[in-house]
Design a binder for this molecule. Structure first.
Ligand code: C2E
Ligand code: MG
Ligand code: MG
Ligand code: MG
Length: 286
C-alpha cells in the first residue's frame, strides 16, 4: 500500500504527493514503527508460545498440540499473531520468529517428555518463506539432535494457499522434510485452490479443516457439505484429518459422525501457556 503510494508520487511528480490522504501517510508511518518494534522484539526474544491440545474424540486421548506464538509486548501486553504475522511474512521477519518458536516449543516438549509426560505430536506452523529458506532444514536437524527429538514427535503445518502458490517448489522442500520422518499437515484447508492431483503428489500426511467451515455447522447446509467433502477427500487420498475451531458439542458430534475424530478447538481447550498445558498433561498421564 505504502509502496504503491510512494511509487505513484514519484512517477507523477512531487506536486502530486498532496493527493495522498493523511490516513495513508499515517498507515505507512504505523507500518514503519511496527516493523522496527518487531525487529526489536526478535532481538529481545519477546515471544511466548502457547499450545492448543488436539484431541481424538473417539477415545478422548490427547494426540498432540499446536504451538501458537504470541508477542509479549512491553506496553501492549500479549499481542495476537493475527496482528503481526502478516507483517512478519511480508517483511521476511517471520523466518526469525519461526526459528524462535521452533526452539522454544521443542525445548518445552522435550522437557515434558523428560518429566514423563506425553504431549503427543508437536505441530509447528511454517511460513512459506521459512520453508524456502536455505538454513531451515539445517536448524531443524540441529534442534532435533540438541533436544533428542524424534522425528515422529514433530509435524509441520503449511497453509494450503502457501503450498499451492508454487506447488512444484513446495513439493521438493516438503519431500526433504518428509524423508526425515516428520509429518506434514496442510493448514486452513478448503480456503485455497488445491488441485486434487497436486494434493496426491505432495508428501503430506494430514488435512486441517479450516475453522471458517466449522463455525456454522450443523446449521449451514453449504458448510455441512464442504466439511463432509474434505473428510471424503482425506479418506480417498489416505490422509489424516483434523477439524479446527470446534467450539460446541454439536460441531464435535457432526465432524465425529462424519468420520473426523481429531479435533482442535475451544470445545476441548483454548491455546494455553506452558504451565496450563502441564496441568492437563499431568491429568492425562494419571
Ligand atoms: P492457525 O495455524 O490456523 O491456528 C489456529 C488458530 O485458530 C489459532 O489462532 C487458534 O487460537 C484459533 N482457534 C483454535 N480453536 C479455536 C476455536 O474453537 N474458535 C476460534 N474462534 N478460534 C480457535 P491464533 O493463535 O490467533 O493464530 C492465528 C494464526 O497465526 C494461525 O492460524 C497461524 O496461521 C498464525 N500463527 C500462529 N503462530 C504462528 C507461528 O509460530 N508461526 C507462523 N508462521 N504462524 C503462526
Ligand atoms: Mg496452524
Ligand atoms: Mg488453521
Ligand atoms: Mg491460519
Amino acid at each position: 500500500y505504502a509502496d504503491t503510494a510512494m511509487y505513484k508520487a514519484k512517477s507523477e511528480g512531487r506536486n502530486n504527493f498532496q493527493f495522498y490522504s493523511k490516513e495513508m501517510t499515517e498507515l505507512a508511518f504505523e507500518r514503519v514503527i511496527m516493523v522496527a518494534s518487531l525487529k526489536q522484539a526478535i532481538i529481545k526474544k519477546e515471544f511466548v508460545v502457547h499450545y492448543q491440545p488436539q484431541i481424538d474424540a473417539k477415545n478422548k486421548k490427547l494426540v498432540g498440540m499446536e504451538a501458537l506464538v504470541r508477542w509479549e509486548h512491553p506496553t501492549l501486553g500479549l499481542v495476537s499473531p493475527a496482528k503481526f504475522i502478516p507483517l512478519a511474512e511480508d517483511t521476511g521477519l517471520i523466518v526469525d520468529i519461526d526459528i524462535l518458536v521452533m526452539e522454544i516449543a521443542m525445548m518445552q516438549v522435550s522437557e515434558w517428555r523428560r518429566d514423563g509426560l506425553n504431549p503427543g505430536i508437536l505441530s509447528l506452523n511454517l511460513a512459506i518463506k521459512q520453508l524456502n529458506h536455505d538454513t531451515f532444514i539445517i536448524i531443524l536437524k540441529h534442534n532435533m539432535s540438541k533436544y533428542d527429538f524424534k522425528s515422529e514427535w514433530l509435524e509441520l503445518e503449511i497453509t494450503e494457499n502457501d503450498v499451492m502458490r508454487k506447488p512444484k517448489d513446495a513439493a521438493v522442500k516438503l519431500k526433504e522434510i518428509s524423508e526425515l520422518g516428520i509429518k506434514i499437515a496442510i493448514d486452513d484447508f478448503g480456503t485455497g485452490y488445491s488441485s486434487l492431483s497436486y494434493l496426491k503428489k505432495l508428501p503430506i500426511d494430514k488435512l486441517k479443516i479450516d475453522q471458517s467451515f466449522i463455525r456454522d455447522i450443523p446449521g449451514s447446509e453449504d458448510d455441512n457439505a464442504i466439511v463432509k467433502a474434505v473428510i471424503a477427500i482425506s479418506k480417498s487420498l489416505n490422509l489424516d484429518v483434523i477439524a479446527e475451531g470446534v467450539e460446541t458439542k454439536e460441531q464435535r458430534d457432526f465432524v465425529l459422525e462424519n468420520g473426523c475424530s481429531k479435533i482442535q478447538g475451544y470445545y476441548y481447550s483454548r491455546p494455553l501457556p506452558a504451565e496450563g498445558i502441564q496441568e492437563i498433561l499431568k491429568d492425562f498421564s494419571l
